[in-house]
Design a protein. Structure first.
Length: 158
């Protein structure tokens, strides 16, 4: 029996649900800055797909408790919305939008999605020992993360 080279190759990364989730998050993140503020606001009010919750979780290896904190919603509520094909509420959607825009900045600074995800996930001394992703729960925290990213971009220590 002859086996083609394609059959011997491992499955593409896109076949992996984790990789698909990571790709979905970064696609969402990279498209935020292409929109006008009014368009982003309309999308936030309409609510983002609950499928983005799992994408966020796998991209940053977040525990359920962290996801609940970041999106201000219980895992059971988020899971129910996903199962029922309902969008996130405006609060969770606004937080997801904030996280995505900060992560896009991190991607630009680190020039890689993997580097950005690692930096966003690890406790940072310049941010009081808190992982940058967790500070994105609030706009003030996100502003601190942006400040550190801008310092890194300009060669400062952070």
């Amino acid at each position: 029996m002859v086996v083609s080279a394609a059959a011997r190759r491992p499955a593409k990364k896109q076949d992996d649900p984790r990789e698909a989730g990571v790709a979905a998050f970064w696609h969402f993140s990279s498209n935020r800055d292409l929109l006008k503020d009014s368009e982003r606001l309309d999308q936030i009010k309409e609510g983002f797909s609950a499928l983005l919750v799992q994408a966020l979780r796998v991209t940053f290896n977040l525990h359920e408790r962290n996801v609940e904190t970041l999106l201000n919603a219980s895992i059971s509520t988020l899971e129910r919305r996903r199962r029922e094909h309902k969008n996130l509420d405006p609060v969770a959607s606004e937080r997801l939008d904030r996280i995505a825009t900060v992560c896009h900045l991190a991607e630009e600074v680190f020039e890689s999605r993997e580097g950005a995800a690692q930096w966003m996930s690890k406790p940072n001394k310049a941010l009081g020992g808190i992982a940058p992703i967790m500070l994105c729960e609030t706009e003030i925290g996100a502003k601190q993360v942006r400040r550190v990213l801008q310092a890194l971009e300009w060669g400062g220590a952070a």
